[in-house]
Structures are given as C-alpha cells and as structure tokens.
Unconditional design. Structure first.
Length: 200
C-alpha cells in the first residue's frame, strides 16, 4: 500500500532557538513576537529583560553607566539567555559588538539579520525618545554610521539575512516561517549565509 504524503506541518513547533539581530528600528521585537507564536516558542526581548532585572529603562542605564556599562550588562544577559531552549530572542542593536556574543548566538541557534536602509530605520524611529544613541543633532547620520560599522558584524553572525524593506510585518514573518521550516526539513544548515531577497 502506498504511503500517503505527509500533511503540511506549518502548525508544528520548530526545534531550536531563533535569534534576531539588526539595527534599532529593524523590527526585531515586532517580528519576534509573531514569529514565536507561529513557531510555538517563547519570545524574549533582551532589552526588556535588562530593564526587568535592573528596574530602570535602557536610556537611564546609558545615562548612569554609559554605553560600556550597558554593553557589559547586555552581554551577561545574552550569555544567560542562550542557555534556554525553544526561544525567539530579539537582541539589542549593539549585541554583535562583542565577539563572544556573536559566537554564542551563532553556535546555539539560528541567527536572522533583519536588514533595512538607514533612511527606513530613521522613518521608523524618528519619534522614539527611548533610543539613547539617536539623541544627537543628526540622528540619520548616526544611523548611517552605525550601519557602516555594524553591518559586517551582523553578517558575520547571521545564518539568514532578510531585507525588510517596506513589506508588512506579517508578510515578513510568513516568509521567515516558510524559510525556517524548509531549512529544518532539509537538515542542518551549512555554514554559509542564505540570502532572502525582498518581496516586490
């Protein structure tokens, strides 16, 4: 007797951790919440986790301890969170500055780089006063500077690179879910990055 074709498994949980990296405004938190629900995982935002533990907002930590102090806290939290199972983790934009963070993320889960042009990021963040690094006379120039310096680091850490463009969040999540499930069916991902082009 012929074996029936397996039914689509889009509702089944997907094993492993998912880590979202990218600059501020890339959509890591918005994408992460929906993606976690679809994949049957727990969503965690590293910045929110830091705020919960310290009892103060990220801008206050920057003001009191400086960026170096915040990065130290961030690294400690990330190194702890990657020990968890079945999570979708939205990381802070500067998490990749520490090579130990890059190694920890890449070796314990699938890293997805949500990439967007600085002009798009500026359009999304220009009214947000909770971005310490953008409290400058020229925030767009700061975003361009951050993109130049961090893009190579995001690429180094990433297994998947996704140009977010102007597509709707749910459209982007659907693309990611399909790609992740296809990769899971195909077996272990190879060491090279896999580029996802922006939908027209």
């Amino acid at each position: 007797m012929a074996t029936p074709d397996p039914q689509p498994n889009s509702c089944l949980p997907l094993p492993g951790n998912i880590y979202l990296v990218g600059l501020m405004g890339a959509g890591k938190t918005s994408v992460g919440r929906i993606l976690a629900k679809r994949l049957g995982k727990t969503f965690i935002d590293s910045d929110h986790e830091i705020e919960q533990r310290t009892g103060v907002r990220v801008p206050v930590i920057f003001e009191i301890e400086g960026e170096a102090g915040f990065r130290k806290r961030e690294s400690s939290v990330v190194q702890e969170l990657v020990q968890l199972s079945e999570i979708v983790l939205a990381t802070g934009g500067g998490v990749v500055l520490d090579p130990e963070n890059r190694r920890a993320l890449r070796s314990t889960g699938t890293v997805i780089y949500l990439r967007a042009a600085p002009t798009e990021l500026w359009a999304r963040t220009r009214h947000d006063r909770n971005r310490p690094l953008l409290q400058t006379a020229n925030p767009l120039a700061k975003l361009e500077e951050l993109h130049r310096s961090r893009d190579p680091l995001y690429r180094e850490a990433a297994h998947l690179i996704v140009d977010t463009g102007s597509q709707a969040i749910r459209t982007l999540v659907s693309r990611l879910e399909r790609e992740l499930r296809a990769r899971a069916q195909a077996g272990p991902a190879d060491a090279s990055e896999h580029q996802l082009s922006t939908l027209d």
